[in-house]
Design a protein around this ligand. Structure first.
Ligand SMILES: Cc1cc2nc3c(=O)[nH]c(=O)nc-3n(C[C@H](O)[C@H](O)[C@H](O)COP(=O)(O)O)c2cc1C
Length: 161
């Protein structure tokens, strides 16, 4: 697939096969993810691989579609509010790089906000100076949803003088 096809066919996957995703592949995608733009090279992301015991405590209603891999992607706070916001944006770029790299190899991801609440921060033992940007489930899709319609991009464009 060319890059446009990868971007356009990616979906948030809700049901996964139990097939193992090779560790080497995951590291390759994490390395690609780390090429994300980040202001002042803060590289604010950290990755927690979530094991079975912790995963059970997260108590997700579908167990993350039974994905074989679960990760939390954290973003470090900056010295100012603006730097913290910039770091979160950079980490979102990191996550989308990962999503796209994985999808190019037929592996899907499920982006969940479950980690944002205080309880789940505690479950994941997140330090105070970090935010959880996503809990990301990773695996081969059992089902790939139809695309969700988007507003025509022309409706989102303003041309300023
Ligand atoms: C910041 C962020 C948080 C998200 N949190 C959730 C979530 O908690 N649960 C969920 O089902 N999807 C979540 N999603 C995925 C979106 O629901 C999904 O991307 C959207 O419905 C469009 O579908 P698509 O990605 O398949 O095109 C999140 C996406 C982003 C960017």
């Amino acid at each position: 697939m060319n890059v446009l096809d990868v971007i356009k066919t990616r979906r948030n996957i809700k049901k996964f096969k139990s097939d193992i995703v090779g560790e080497e592949l995951v590291y390759t995608w994490l390395e690609a993810a780390a090429m994300a733009p980040n202001h002042r090279m803060t590289e604010p992301w950290e990755i927690y691989f979530i094991g079975e015991e912790t995963r059970g405590t997260l108590n997700h209603k579908t167990n993350f579609g039974n994905a074989p891999i679960l990760m939390a992607i954290l973003s470090r706070h900056g010295a100012t509010e603006i730097e913290t916001a910039e770091n979160a944006m950079a980490t979102a770029c990191f996550i989308q790089n990962f999503n796209i790299a994985a999808w190019a190899e037929g592996v899907g991801t499920f982006w969940s906000s479950i980690g944002i609440t205080g309880k789940n921060r505690d479950v994941l033992a997140v330090p105070e100076n970090f935010d959880i940007i996503a809990v990301l489930a990773v695996g081969y899709p059992e089902e790939t949803p139809e695309p969700k319609p988007r507003t025509p991009i022309k409706d989102k464009i303003k041309s300023l003088s």
